[in-house]
Design a protein around this ligand. Structure first.
Ligand code: URP
Ligand code: ZN
Ligand code: ZN
Length: 462
């Protein structure tokens, strides 16, 4: 099967030019001007942007959490991702407490197998790490699980102590894996939560009040300091606010290998949006929580100057009806997480490119190329170059649409961006050379997505 994409404006993290792309089977075979290769399919991309497929490195599909399970599984989630121009994702497998990483990985491999439409990889969430398990970290790296997430939040559920984090970091310094940190001071937060509940403050916004920005910046600093002691890189996930960003910026200014992502919810929403008289604020309950509005422009600035390298979604959807409602009378029972896997590229294009905060190249970089480089997939993914996987999005910069739960493909009964107008959409989406979405129609096949065996950190990062 061969495909020729003609006359598109090819935009990568570095380049911007008009050209043709010839795809043979799953790979980009040739890039040039006025290509006349005989192809089974010809796509006219005149006046469209041709970009490497989006990569979302932070999703939670089919994840048990907060007494329920996230509502998108690998079938619905990866399909929704494709509609939004995302062609690869990295989800989180969880080590069952006291059990092996292998057991956790097997569970998540089975969840994805036969269901995913796009390619997927896994980070491993470490819940405990006796010395006897350190060699399993190496085993995971050899299998392409080259990143691990540890939590400074959620005591008694996912939180580990500083020594465990240090030990994991020290190990990755040798194996080349990357530690991803959920940076919030869980012990202090739990005490604030206890006091908040005791005072009878039970509505959704109290979730945010009980997780202050300083609890995030303290932990961000601590995570970076632990990595410095261990001599390893560190990647801060779902960074929300300027206080935490300053810690990353300071570290990077000193030349430390500290990296961080933010998510659309922190760029577009503030704590004020949770201040509703009813239970609607539950739709915006996730951790870390929303911050004061002034932080949003600071995060965009961080993305521009590369102190933030990536936008991921932390897609962790729970239906309002029946799931978020578990916490109707008590915010501590609201499952933490929100949906946006389908809309990451739309939102960053609208808020970034259309509204003048990001160049087109930078938009491609934060959504595709930097995630591929940091997480060991480049140049197979995140690139438009000869030999790369033909994960390509033909993006119509003029397509106007309105985000709504009525029309989105995510399996969740609300949108965090209901009614938001977007100019720019994924018109045609190719995954390894196969058109999987065209003109808002699904053309893919459930189960065609492959596991991505990733390389170690540093092998693809420059
Ligand atoms: O509230 C959130 N973010 N839920 C997903 C789990 C996590 O910490 O990423
Ligand atoms: Zn987290
Ligand atoms: Zn998450």
């Amino acid at each position: 099967m061969s495909t020729l994409i003609k006359n598109g404006r090819i935009i990568t993290a570095e380049q911007d030019y008009i050209g043709d792309i010839f795809i043979e089977d799953e790979k980009i075979n040739l890039i040039g001007e006025n290509l006349n290769n005989k192809a089974d399919k010809v796509i006219d991309a005149k006046d469209k942007y041709v970009i490497p497929g989006g990569i979302d490195v932070h999703t939670h599909l089919d994840m048990p959490f907060g007494g329920t399970t996230s509502s998108d599984d690998f079938e619905t989630g990866t399909k929704a991702a494709a509609f939004g121009g995302t062609t690869s994702l990295i989800d989180f497998a969880i080590q069952p407490k006291g059990k092996s990483f292998r057991e956790g990985l097997d569970i998540w491999m089975a969840k994805a197998d036969g269901k995913a439409t796009i390619d997927y990889g896994f980070h491993m969430i470490i819940t405990d790490l006796p010395d006897s398990r350190l060699s399993e970290m190496t085993d995971m790296v050899n299998e392409g699980i080259t990143s691990f997430k540890l939590f400074l939040a959620y005591p008694n559920i996912l939180m580990v102590d500083d020594a465990t984090i240090y030990k994991a970091m020290k190990h990755t310094a040798d194996t080349g894996a990357l530690i991803c940190m959920h940076a919030e001071n869980g012990m202090v937060i739990d005490e604030i939560v206890r006091q908040t509940v005791a005072a009878g403050k039970l509505s959704p916004i109290n979730h945010a009040y009980s997780r202050p920005a300083i609890a995030e910046s303290e932990s961000t600093h601590r995570a970076i300091a632990l990595a410095q002691m261990a001599g390893s890189p560190v990647y801060i996930v779902h960074l929300t606010c300027n206080d935490a960003l300053e810690k990353v910026s300071e570290a990077r200014a000193k030349g430390l290998p500290a990296f961080a992502e933010t998510c659309p919810q922190y760029l577009f929403h503030s704590i004020d949006d949770m201040d509703t008289p009813d239970f609607e604020g539950a739709k915006l309950v996730f951790s870390p929580p929303l911050r004061e509005k002034w932080n949003q422009e600071k995060l965009w600035a961080g993305l521009r100057r590369n102190d933030l390298q990536v936008v991921s979604t932390d897609h962790c959807p729970f239906n309002f009806k029946g799931q978020k409602e578990l916490g109707k009378d008590d915010f501590t029972k609201i499952p933490n997480g929100g949906p946006s896997l389908e809309n990451r590229m739309h939102l960053t294009f609208q808020g970034g490119v259309n509204e003048g905060r990001l160049t087109l190249n930078r938009w491609v970089e934060i959504n595709s190329t930097a995630p591929a480089k940091i997480f060991g997939m480049y140049p197979r993914k995140g690139s438009i170059s000869v030999g790369s996987d033909a994960d390509i999005v033909i993006w119509d910069p003029n397509a106007e649409h309105t985000i709504s739960a009525e029309t989105h493909h995510m399996n969740v009964d609300y949108s965090m961006y209901e009614g938001k107008k977007i100019k720019g959409n994924a018109e045609t989406v190719l995954s390894r050379g196969k058109v999987i979405v065209q003109n808002n129609e699904f053309k893919g096949r459930t189960g065609r997505g492959n596991f991505i065996k990733r390389s170690a950190f540093g092998s693809t990062w420059d």
